[in-house]
Design a protein around this ligand. Structure first.
Ligand code: PGA
Length: 226
């Protein structure tokens, strides 16, 4: 299973160093087949060898250049980072449109990065029965056969709300996505210690992308240990 933690705009360089230390320790005793990924804020990237995959929450599709405030491949390389989050709804909400997401996807693919591409609909869209149509649009013109691709289904109404989507809805979307791609599929949106087992039991579910419940490293470790 894949356990991914999106720390968002939380943790400092100092606190993430402690987070990573505790996680490294704990991972010595977990199943090898699990894949653990953490997306810290970029200011907290660590340069040392880690027992988990360090990913970036954001990057600009360039190696370097005149892109004020952005992060290029050159900066990721310095920390050995080759795993990227693309399409998170919080970045889409800041204005990242399909064109930019596609450019990020293609750049990441060109450089063989592991991509976690997020998709997910608003509650209104679900109520109107338009989820599949909407997800099709979000995945349009992306290479769904890219071998280093993971897709995270994160319905917007469940992110950070404490209320995950219903199991039957997750199941239906993951089944739909699995008909379009062989990529591993994750669920994200208010995953916590009470619901993780039922979520991981869903057919086609290859893991979880966790925000709030992964901010405390002990809680994240408990989710991994099950
Ligand atoms: P959440 O965030 O677990 O706090 O809902 C998940 C995410 O945004 O990836």
């Amino acid at each position: 299973m894949i356990f991914a933690a999106n720390l968002k705009c939380n943790h400092t360089r100092a606190s993430f160093a402690l987070y990573a230390k505790a996680l490294n320790e704990a991972l010595k005793y977990t199943k090898n087949e699990d894949e653990i990924i953490v997306f810290p804020p970029s200011i907290a990237f660590l340069g040392e060898k880690l027992d988990f995959i360090q990913g970036t929450q954001n990057f600009y599709p360039c190696v370097n250049g005149a892109f004020t405030g952005e992060l290029g491949k050159m900066h990721l390389d310095e920390f050995g980072i080759n795993c990227v989050l693309i399409g998170h709804s919080e970045r889409r909400a800041l204005g990242e449109d399909h064109e930019l997401l596609k450019a990020k996807f293609e750049f990441a693919k060109e450089h063989d990065f592991k991509i976690i591409f997020c998709v997910g609909e608003e509650l209104e869209c679900k109520k109107q029965g338009k989820t599949k149509e909407f997800l099709n649009k979000q995945l349009e013109n992306l290479d769904l056969n890219y071998q280093n691709l993971i897709i995270a289904y994160e319905p917007i109404y469940s992110i950070g709300t404490g209320l995950s989507a219903e199991i039957k809805d997750i199941e239906s979307v993951l089944t739909f996505l699995s008909s379009k791609t062989k990529a591993k599929l994750l669920y994200g949106g208010s995953v916590n210690e009470d619901n993780i087992k039922a979520i991981l039991d869903i057919e086609h579910c290859g893991g979880v992308l966790v925000g709030s419940a992964a901010l405390d490293v002990r809680k994240f470790i408990n989710l991994i240990k099950g």
